[in-house]
Design a binder for this molecule. Sequence first.
Ligand SMILES: [Fe+2]
Ligand SMILES: [Fe+2]
Length: 263
Amino acid sequence: MASDRRNFAVNGYSLSICPHPGPMSTAETLVKGHADLAEVALPDFSSEVYKDAYSRINAIVIEGEQEAHDNYIAIGTLIPDQADELAKLARMELKHMKGFTACGNNLGVQADMAFAKTFFTPLHDNFQKALAAGNVTTCLLIQAILIEAFAISAYHIYIPVSDPFARRITEGVVKDEYTHLNYGQEWLKANLESVREELEQANRENLPLVRRMLEQVADDAAALHMDKEDLMADFMASYQEALTEIGFTSREIAKLATAALLG
Ligand SMILES: [Fe+2]
Ligand SMILES: [Fe+2]
């Protein structure tokens, strides 16, 4: 896979674009994550620098899981015949939230929830706007594609440098996030012709927000030994694989991905 990727840099951002992304199964991706384990130096989990950064990263994760819960319940009001399925996904998100709360407690870190709320505000507001307008496509793109791909990439990069307690929890969570990403993919794929235009617009408005979120978190992530370029590249790979599954061509995907650089 890696040799197929085209790396390019624009405005200081290095992106990995896969022109013909083959399907990479959850298992393959997890194995790849494990293969990287030996190469990464572990941070000192008890240092003040680590704990300070963890108070914000952990809060972002907890807030993200809470928002994901609320978003799936909200999407269920737009697709009533899917409400039960979506409630199931929402319950998984609450379980994730509890798991990550335990990770913070285990390290003796108090999560900075006020910081995390502010961090999510732009994406949260766009979701609420789309929800109020009944734009289910935009809601699904924000939650089930962008936020899930963001979570999957962050958890991938975190697992090799996490403490043993958090690693066990995060490995379980990643598997669930693939289920959620898959849910969004399948719905959008089944409705692609009628949702294409709204998807492109929602991508233009929200992909740059995800890029900015990655930038905002870069310094704290670095303190946890998570590399910003790895985060961005893993996110773009997950996002592009999702777009391929939905039915976009590689040329359309390159155009959609370009929004990350322009917004
Ligand atoms: Fe989750
Ligand atoms: Fe999820």
